[in-house]
Design a protein around this ligand. Sequence first.
Ligand code: PMP
Length: 289
Amino acid sequence: MSQIEVFINGHYYPKEDAKISVYDHGLLYGDGVFEGMRAYSGRVFRLQEHLIRLEESAAAILLTIPLSREELAEAVKDTLKRNNLQDAYIRLIVTRGAGSLGLDPARTSNPQVIIITDHIELYPRELYEQGLKIITASTIRNHPAALSPRIKSLNYLNNIMAKLEGRQAGCMEALMLNVRGEVAECTGDNIFIVRRGQLLTPPIDAGILEGITRNAVMELARNAGVTVRETTLTRHDVYVADECFLTGSAAEVIPVVEVDQRTIGTGSVGPVTRRLMQDFHQLVRSSNE
Ligand code: PMP
């Protein structure tokens, strides 16, 4: 297979040589923003929505992206083409740039725009048939007044702490609650449950990332005649759910069959989840965006 080339500020570098400064505040402080996207059959799924969210994340941290939305879109497409990738995962990163040692963003220059296109397999294939087992982490999701979970920043330590708890318990994902003890999201995915035929998911003000896959799945469910509600959920709601699944650009739609060693529903993939997994796969393959 040919060598992957990475875009950095308008230039392409072989994967091994794709490097930025050790003085970059993205490395020193997690000061930067990113997006994770997927391309299917050569087309990036909901590229515009990802770019808008990137701009909003950047605006929230007063980071000026040196490329326009159109230029970013072109750069993403060019990087995919250059690497001959049809089905791929795309990581678009904007760091604050190299600066001095010290937090002050005013002492940095030239934000770095990085585009990595590669393959990703977040979870083993068989788990899409069998379902994931997850636990609730004791690490709560960032308090929105400390760092809004709506910002997709390079500082993922909050989620990594929860992910580590999951790993320690032998699980590949972990559920995170918010400061009020309500269900928020998983470390890299949004969460849905099915209860009495309705599809339920926590609202944005539960302190979550507004997932692009989450929005797509809500649309698909409505199109399929399923009532969808964004509503506060507790762990109780998850435990007594008929079905549960997670969504994310990398994960796509993946069923959950066990939470905190409690079987959810029948313990196998339920009909609503199965339908939405199928509809999602159809949508991403047919999407003209
Ligand atoms: N929540 C978190 C914390 C995430 O990092 C992600 C993306 N990996 C998601 C939810 C899902 O968002 P999207 O569907 O836009 O990928």
